[in-house]
Design a protein around this ligand. Sequence first.
Ligand code: SAH
Length: 270
Amino acid sequence: MQTVRAKKYLGQHFLKDLNVARKIAETLTEGPVLEIGPGMGVLTQFLLQNPNIDLTAIEIDRESVAYLHEYYPELKLIEGDFLKLDLNKVFPTGSFSVIGNYPYNISSQIFFKVLEYRERIPVCSGMIQKEVAERLASKPGKKEYGILSVLLQAYYNIEYLFTVDEYVFAPPPKVKSAVIRCTRNERQSLGCDEELFKQVVKTAFNQRRKQMRNSLRVESLKLKVERSWIEDSEKLKEFYSDPIFNKRPEQLSVEEFIELTLKIEKLCQK
Ligand code: SAH
């Protein structure tokens, strides 16, 4: 077999630069590791060389799977879609890290899935579109700061490690790339209603230019507030007079989003 023909619909851009590949592989040092989308194995070869790493890979593309079987017969390889993979079956107990030169078309969904399994994933690192990496790592107050920054930073510390130019790929992607590492932080739980937290973050950022007094109305959050409250405009007015509602979502840290969620939670209990 020669090489795998790059398929656009699978987000296939094969990394050619072995130095970059080695640097990505070195973002993880040990333990059970899942590589997403190994392609022709450019990262895989370095991960397999590390005796402290126990590697499993998942690849959706049949042609890449055939290639990997031929050149890396020792690799534990699953043919399938990472987004549909039951990680509890692959790793019945304990923790595992996640790595990849990810398919950029599904990178956000990959991070949402990592968040679902956060109690078992201490580190998730790899290469994504530069613009997405900047969003994930962004601090409050910047235009890149958004939904995934808040949700991911609630549970992970994000390091933007380095930028990678498009010409080290075949075919070159239209965008620049970046390597990041997400390491689980100390936070065990948010201390507020998780679902409401997500809803508050999403609703606020959907109208990111507005003060949250206007975007986070009882109706837009679909809150179950007593009828008498909604009708009592004075009470609601008092609630929304809290200075936190003067702000726009990009000004709020994770902690302030938690504080805000707690306030809204109390409103629902009244
Ligand atoms: N890691 C390789 C390939 C990167 S391209 C390299 O650095 O060269 C992204 C890879 O992810 C491709 O091999 C593609 O087939 C695979 N892929 C795309 N969608 C996937 C999915 N849902 N689950 C698993 N692998 C996927």
